[in-house]
Structures are given as C-alpha cells and as structure tokens.
Write a protein that binds this ligand. Structure first.
Ligand SMILES: [Zn+2]
Length: 150
C-alpha cells in the first residue's frame, strides 16, 4: 500500500466510530473475582521483562486497573506482544490490554488484528463473525459482551 493511501485510510478510521449496533467486548474483572481466578497471573505473564520485574503478582492483584494501564503505555508496544503463534482469543485479549480495556466492537478488534494476520504465513480467520463467536463462547479470558443500547 502506498504511504499516502495508508495515511488517508487512518484518518478515515479515526473518524468512523463504529455504530452502536454491534456488541462490544472487554475484559470483565468481576468475572475473575467471581470464579476465584487470578487475572493478575495472566497480566504478569504478559508484561514486558522490565514490568515483570517491577510488578509482582501481588501488586497486579491489588490494582488490576493500574496493571492494565501499564500495557497501554508500555508492554503492548513490545515487538512480540502480538506474536503470530497466539490463539485468536489470546490475541483479542492482548488487543484489549493494549487499549486499556476500553470496550471494543468485534469490528475494531478485527481491524487491529489485520496487521497481526498479515504478518503470518498462513492467513487466519479474523472476520467480525469469527471474533464475535470466539469471544462470546470463551471460558478462559473472561470477556464481557455488552449488547448495544436500543
Ligand atoms: Zn512494560
């Protein structure tokens, strides 16, 4: 793609907030609490080496919001953060971490995974339908599905 075209596309993407017609997904912190599962463990393992040293699991346990914010400001920028060997659920989880757990429509997740997909030899299905299905049925990452307001 020519650089000029890609700039133009970015400008359009920023303007086009997806309509509130699709469900949005985020990481449900309460889901972990209710199931006695540790979000902190998941977070600590996905931090960059520097933050893994700084953030023990106990700290992440105490303030998951702050731990998630670290991904947005730093750890998600690591080159291998969205490694192409990841499962789709894991990749979506990491996209949400990179966005500070702002609820995203499957379309936005799909767009962000577009680059992840093109970096792979084998094309994987990152369509809106597949992302919606995988995130809606997941029992591991605690995705919350927010239905659009009528
Ligand atoms: Zn970091």
């Amino acid at each position: 793609m020519a650089p000029r075209e890609s700039r133009k596309q970015q400008a359009t993407e920023q303007k086009a907030e997806p309509a509130q017609t699709a469900p949005r997904f985020s990481i449900d912190l309460g889901w972990y609490v209710a199931r006695g599962r540790s979000l902190a463990t998941l977070l600590a393992r996905r931090m960059c080496p520097k933050h893994q040293r700084q953030w023990g699991q106990r700290e992440a346990e105490g303030s998951p919001d702050k731990a998630i914010a670290v991904f947005k400001s730093c750890c998600s920028k690591e080159e291998d953060f969205l490694d192409h060997t990841l499962s789709l659920g894991e990749a979506a989880f990491r996209v949400l971490l990179a966005e500070g757990n702002r609820p995203l429509a499957a379309e936005e997740i799909s767009r962000r995974l577009g680059r992840w997909n093109t970096a792979m030899e084998q094309t994987r299905d990152t369509s809106v339908a597949t992302i919606t299905r995988v995130l809606s049925h997941d029992q591991f990452y605690g995705f919350r599905r927010e239905e659009p307001k009528e």
